[in-house]
Ligand binder design. Structure first.
Ligand code: ARG
Length: 462
C-alpha cells in the first residue's frame, strides 16, 4: 500500500500534469469563436437530419447562456476542463442535459480548434488592417503639411541630399500600406473553413461542410481534412505580417528617438510620451518609442517559436500545436496597442522646421547638383564632374561654408574646367531648388510629393 507521503506525491504529480496539459487558461480567449462554431455545427447537423430540431434548439439556447456566463464573469474556468472546447461543452451539458452530449457528433477537437483559431486570426487580420489604415492616414495628413519643409535626406545616417519632410513621412505611409496589403492577402488565402474535417480524415456522417462554411462566413471549406487539422500556416502568416509591421513601427520609433535628441531637435514629442529620469532631473526620455522598438523583439520571438514548433511535426494533429496560441495572442495585442500609440505620438508631436533647415546647411547636400549640372549643361562625363565637385566641397570646407552658400567667384576659382561656369549655378545649389529638381517619378520634389499624397488619399477613400 502506498504510504501517505507517496499518495500526496502522486496527487501532486497528477495536478502538475493536468496543468501542463491544459490550455483553457489561455485558449479561453477563443470562447466566442468556439460558441459560434458549435452553433453553426449544430444547425448543420439538424439540417442534415443528424440532430433533432428540439435538440438543436436546446443546444443553441444553452450555448448562448454559456456565452452570457463567460461574458458576465460568472463562468468558472477549471484546469479539469483542459481546453475551451471541453469547458463549453461540459457546461452546456450541465445546463441542458443529454442533448449537450450530441453536439460533438461528426467533429473532433482537432477541426474545432482549427476553426476557432482561423476565425480569430481572420477577425484580427481585419482589425489590424484598420489600424494600419489609420496610420497611413495620419502619416499622409502630416506629410501634406510639410511638402516644402526641408530636411536632410540621409544614407548611412550621413547627410546626402535635401528632401522635404512630407516625402520622408510618406516612406512610412508606403510601408504601412504594404503591411495592410499583406494582411489582406493572408486573409484571402486562409478564408477556408476547417469545420467537418473531424479528427483527420473526415467523417462517415452525412454532414454538409458547405453549410457550416456559409454559416461561419468562410469562402469555402478546406479540401483536405488531413492537411487542415495540422495546418497552422494562417497563424504563421499573421505572425510574420505582424513582425514586418512592427519592424516598420520600430524604424520610425528609432527615427523619433534620434529626432528628439539634443543633436537633432527635429521634433518634440508630447510630454505624455516621455518620462523623466529618476536620477537626472533635467532629462526627458523617449520611453514610449523605445518600447515600441523593444516590443518588436518579442513579436519576432513568437514567429520563430511557432516556426520551430511546426518544423518536425508528422501528419496530422499533434499536441505540439497547442503551443500556437499564446504567441499569436501576444503578438496581436502588442501590435494593436503599438499602432494606436504610434498614431497618437505622430499626431501630437511638434515639428521644428527651423532645426531641419539648419541641419540642411551642413554637409553640402546640394553637391550632387553641381555634378548633375556639369553633366547636363557642359556635357561633362559624370566621373569628371564628380571630381570637380569634390574640389568645390573641399574649398567650401576650407572657407567654413556650406556649398549652397558659396559665391560664384569661390566656385569658379576651384578648377579651370569651371572657371567660366554661369551664374545660374547658384540657383542649382540652392537647397530648395535642389529638392525640387528631383522631379522624376517617385522623387522628392514638392510636385512629386503632392502626387504621392493624392495617390494615398485615393487609396484611403477606397
Ligand atoms: N487544446 C487543443 C489545442 O489547442 C485542442 C485540440 C486537442 N485535440 C486533441 N486530440 N488532443 O490544440
Amino acid at each position: 500500500m502506498a504510504t501517505n507521503q507517496e499518495q500526496i506525491l502522486k496527487n501532486t504529480n497528477a495536478q502538475i500534469l493536468d496543468e501542463f496539459n491544459a490550455s483553457v487558461m489561455f485558449d479561453k480567449e477563443l470562447y466566442d469563436q468556439d460558441i459560434r462554431g458549435s452553433i453553426a455545427h449544430s444547425k448543420m447537423l439538424c439540417l442534415q437530419g443528424i440532430l433533432s430540431q428540439e435538440d438543436q434548439e436546446s443546444i443553441e439556447k444553452g450555448l448562448w447562456q454559456v456565452k452570457e456566463e463567460i461574458e458576465s464573469g460568472q463562468f468558472e474556468f477549471k484546469i479539469a476542463h483542459e481546453d475551451i472546447h471541453m469547458a463549453v461543452e461540459s457546461r452546456l451539458t450541465e445546463i441542458i442535459g443529454e442533448a449537450g452530449k450530441r453536439l460533438h457528433t461528426a467533429r473532433s477537437r482537432n477541426d474545432q480548434v482549427a476553426t476557432d483559431f482561423r476565425l480569430y486570426v481572420k477577425e484580427k487580420n481585419i482589425a489590424i488592417m484598420s489600424g494600419l489604415k489609420t496610420l497611413v492616414e495620419t502619416f499622409v495628413t502630416l506629410a501634406s503639411k510639410h511638402t516644402t519643409t526641408l530636411i536632410p535626406g540621409m544614407t548611412h545616417l550621413q547627410h546626402a541630399q535635401p528632401i522635404n519632410f512630407g516625402y520622408h513621412l510618406l516612406a512610412y505611409a508606403n510601408m504601412f500600406k504594404r503591411d495592410y496589403e499583406r494582411f489582406e492577402s493572408s486573409y484571402e488565402r486562409n478564408d477556408y473553413s476547417p469545420l467537418g474535417s473531424a479528427a483527420l480524415a473526415g467523417t462517415p456522417h452525412n454532414i454538409d461542410r458547405f453549410k457550416t462554411c456559409e454559416f461561419l462566413g468562410f469562402k469555402e471549406p478546406t479540401i483536405s481534412a488531413l492537411d487542415t487539422v495540422s495546418d497552422r500556416d494562417f497563424a504563421l502568416e499573421i505572425l510574420f505580417n505582424i513582425s514586418t509591421a512592427m519592424m516598420h513601427i520600430s524604424r520610425i520609433s528609432e527615427e523619433l528617438i534620434l529626432w528628439s535628441s539634443y543633436e537633432f531637435q527635429f521634433v518634440k514629442m508630447s510630454d505624455e510620451y516621455a518620462t523623466t529620469s529618476s536620477i537626472m532631473p533635467q532629462k526627458k526620455n523617449p520611453d514610449v518609442p523605445e518600447l515600441l522598438r523593444g516590443k518588436t523583439g518579442r513579436v519576432y520571438g513568437n514567429l520563430i517559436s511557432l516556426l520551430t514548433v511546426m518544423k518536425g511535426l508528422p501528419l496530422a494533429y499533434n499536441k505540439d500545436t497547442q503551443e500556437d496560441k499564446e504567441g499569436v495572442f501576444d503578438s496581436v495585442k502588442t501590435i494593436e496597442i503599438s499602432m494606436s500609440i504610434l498614431n497618437e505620438v505622430i499626431k501630437t508631436m511638434t515639428v521644428n522646421s527651423d532645426k531641419m533647415l539648419q541641419a540642411c546647411k551642413i554637409g553640402h547636400l546640394s553637391a550632387t547638383d553641381l555634378a548633375d549640372y556639369l553633366v547636363q549643361k557642359q556635357n561633362m562625363p559624370f566621373r569628371t564632374a564628380y571630381y570637380i565637385t569634390k574640389s568645390v566641397v573641399a574649398r567650401a570646407n576650407e572657407l567654413g561654408k556650406d556649398m549652397s552658400e558659396l559665391s560664384l567667384d569661390e566656385i569658379q576659382s576651384c578648377d579651370s574646367e569651371i572657371a567660366n561656369i554661369d551664374a545660374e549655378i547658384l540657383n542649382y545649389l540652392n537647397l530648395e531648388n535642389s529638392m525640387n529638381a528631383r522631379n522624376s517619378y517617385g522623387g522628392t520634389s514638392t510636385v512629386q510629393t503632392k502626387m504621392q499624397i493624392e495617390y494615398f488619399q485615393k487609396w484611403l477613400e477606397k
